[in-house]
Design a protein around this ligand. Structure first.
Ligand SMILES: [Zn+2]
Length: 338
């Protein structure tokens, strides 16, 4: 039988269109009923890169004034590689900083881990860091965020993607940093310890205020990344300008209307404070946001709440994985999302 090239091409195109529709179709979004009649949830997750008290204290004072409880990541040990700017910043060995963190915790905020330090840490060092964390704060961190080029990161760089050909595409386009926190053969392996002690790890960042609408499954377990108990995504507010854009009046009004949840990922040490004062645009937009009937709570508190009330399975399906990985890779290519 003669095979028509034209017919094969038509079938191939139809199959590609069907696959794009099947995997690209967004998952069904269901609003969550938040406690105390709150309309939406808003969680600020602060990456500690470059943090000094001068750079961040005024922002945290503003959060305190507005009743915003947040998730503040920290390092236990000072950097062992200050050649990279993101590795610099104060660590738990600074007693004034430790008091500041304990003060935040006492007011209901969450202290989370950003790796043992800005720079690589071996398994023994990470173990030591977690014990030190527990000694100071009374329990292990619930949330961990991977940092920059740390070799002890969990499923970082191209390893963020497990679906073919996204992993390969990422490596070709971005190169990226290797990560060995989940590699049992590496001296940086601590995946089993993370599995035992850490509840939530931040995965992808999106240009969307309602993080829950991008992926209603969060927090979820991904069988292809077994050392993380639950992943959650974030909304990109990495810099002052992107955070201000994210909490524009239109976006905040929409988050409220959709009864959504926002897990904003940010670096509060990156220009939010100038000459001792919080940036005026950020200040004004945050005040508008805080005037709404939102639940301004730490990430793990909101994630626990969502997880405990969910009826469906918390394991991501192959279709959901293709959808979210593909969407993130596209956003990364277009906007440089984290
Ligand atoms: Zn970082």
């Amino acid at each position: 039988m003669k095979i028509s090239v034209k017919r094969v091409a038509v079938v191939a195109v139809l199959m590609i269109v069907a696959a794009v529709l099947y995997f690209g179709y967004p998952p069904e979004y269901k609003p969550v009923r938040f406690p105390d009649g709150k309309t939406f949830a808003f969680c600020i997750v602060d990456d500690t890169d470059g943090a000094t008290l001068d750079r961040i204290r005024p922002v945290y004072d503003l959060f305190g004034e507005l009743g915003i409880r947040s998730t503040k990541t920290m390092w236990v040990f000072p950097t062992n590689d200050s050649t990279h700017w993101p590795n610099r910043g104060v660590a738990l060995d600074d007693s004034v900083y430790m008091s500041f963190l304990l003060g935040l915790k006492a007011r209901g905020s969450e202290i989370a881990l950003h790796g043992a330090r800005g720079g690589n840490s071996t398994r023994d060092e990470t173990t030591l860091a977690l014990e030190r964390f527990k000694n100071v704060f009374g329990s292990y961190p619930r949330v961990h965020i991977n940092h920059y080029r740390n070799l002890d990161n969990l499923y970082w760089g191209a390893d963020k993607l497990s679906v073919f050909p996204f992993h390969t595409l990422y490596s070709l386009i971005f190169g990226g940093a290797p990560s060995y926190g989940h590699d049992t053969l590496s001296e940086y392996f601590w995946g089993d310890i993370a599995k035992e002690r850490i509840s939530y790890v931040v995965n992808y960042s999106f240009q969307e205020i309602n993080t829950l609408s991008v992926d209603p499954l969060i927090p979820y377990f991904d069988p292809s990344k077994p050392y993380v108990n639950y992943w959650f995504h974030s909304s990109d507010g990495g810099m002052l300008s992107s955070f201000c854009d994210l909490i524009s009046k239109e976006n905040v009004d929409r988050l409220e209307k959709e009864e959504g949840a926002c897990f904003v990922y940010t670096h509060l040490a990156s220009g939010f404070v100038k000459d001792g004062a919080v940036d005026s645009t950020f200040d004004a937009r945050l005040r508008y946001l805080a005037s709404k009937n939102g639940w301004f709570a730490p990430a793990s508190e909101v994630l626990d709440y969502i997880r405990e009330r969910r009826s469906q399975s918390d394991t991501i399906t192959f279709r959901q994985r293709v959808h979210v990985e593909g969407r993130w890779l596209l956003e990364k290519a277009l906007h440089g999302s984290r």
